[in-house]
Design a protein around this ligand. Sequence first.
Ligand code: GLU
Length: 497
Amino acid sequence: MSDKKIVTRFAPSPTGFLHVGGLRTALYAYLVAKKNNGTFLLRIEDTDRERYVEGGVKNILESLYWANVVPNEGVTLQSESIAQIGSHGPYIQSERLSIYKKYADQLIANKQAYYCFCTPERLAQVREERQKNKLPPGYDGFCKNLTKEEVAQKLAENQNHVVRLNMPDDGETTWNDLIHGEVSFKNTDVDDQVLLKSDGYPTYHLAVVVDDHEMEISHVVRGDEWISSTPKHLQLYSYLGWTPPVFAHLPLLLNTDKSKLSKRQGDVAVLDYKEKGYLPEALINFVAFLGWNPGTPQEIFSFDELVQTFNLNRVGKAGAVFNLEKLDWYNREYLKKMSADDFKNYISAFIPENMKEKIDNGKMLTRLAPILLDRISKGSDLVKMYDEGELTYFFETPKYLPEKLLWKTTPKDQTILNLQGIYDLLSYSKDEDFDVDHVKEEIMEYLQDKEKGGTLHPMRLALSGLDKSPDPFVIAGVLGKKETLSRLKIAIDALSK
Ligand code: GLU
């Protein structure tokens, strides 16, 4: 990279909640800046007033801060309020209207842009005709040919107008994209883009160029959907006499069936992932791999390792598949790294109300936590497991038909003796020793030269009421001595009737 200070930016439009694709763009821009001791700037591009969503800016900031992708210039959160920091502000485009107007006027004066008075009806007609003649969509340049007098008169009459880019009719616009290599567009295929709208707001195209220049952005990292806009932007840089930044266009995110990942899928909002119990480290690690790979088999990267290792030259051009199962895998890996106490705290937040009532003491949760860790990928899985009755037996004495206690050909009398045998054995255990390992050791030793199914099957059933469940030692360990013995006793009594 060049000697110039590295400044990257994330420039979202607050048209909804920050989605995972946006987080990926922000993360890559952030990593490029951090790796080079540069600046990562957040700018809000809110010039499309029709699509403006109240609360959007706050959501973007909360999502970024939760994921640790924190800007050090521009729009930030300071004690939970939105604040702008830095000397290139304001960083919210709707607060910069006079700046865009100044450049639009300059472009008009230099004939690099022109007023366009075409009505929506005429534009619809042009669109239709161009379609019929198999021409690329775009404006036909009608107002470019208006005389000075005609323009002056229409302006004096207060006719509705926009300002359009005067794109050259010949030549090509080419740039060296950090991800795509050399990209080239014929200028005739590039539209005379609207730069200033009739409401006086700039379009994204004018605003993005002015701001990236004024905010001294060195690297523009953004999604592939902006590639076809880049020639317009480069033309503006050239007209305004500015050096353009380096561009890196990131590959699209795809669903597993290779269709385009839609940001309208409610599920892809970053804070939805938080709600579901994904850890920010896991989501970031997963998102980092959406298009990038380190070129080694390493998959788990701490944030610092990402900063060290990430490089845009290892980002592919092809669409990156968004695979939720992989995200679940990452989350489990990070959950497994947690200390027992941290996991207990984490999982506590997901315990459904009616389950909470049943966990009468913290001790039970301490014993239950490792079992949950074995069976969930994220906190919200617990809710599902509980709702589907998979955990009920931990909290309620199970109900079952006594004959279900019998194992294959083992007779009833023998089953009673077997259950009584482990009942007596476990009665000698100390309350505080009564955990999975202890129960397992005791019982397996006791069963060493005995037939195991005739004891372990009724034990499992007595404790869970189910033929299939986690192994009976695990359940006993969670239930504790008192409840385990009580359930064994109920089973013995039921068979003895
Ligand atoms: N405001 C644009 C968006 O929402 C930013 C595009 C860019 O980074 O230039 O995606």
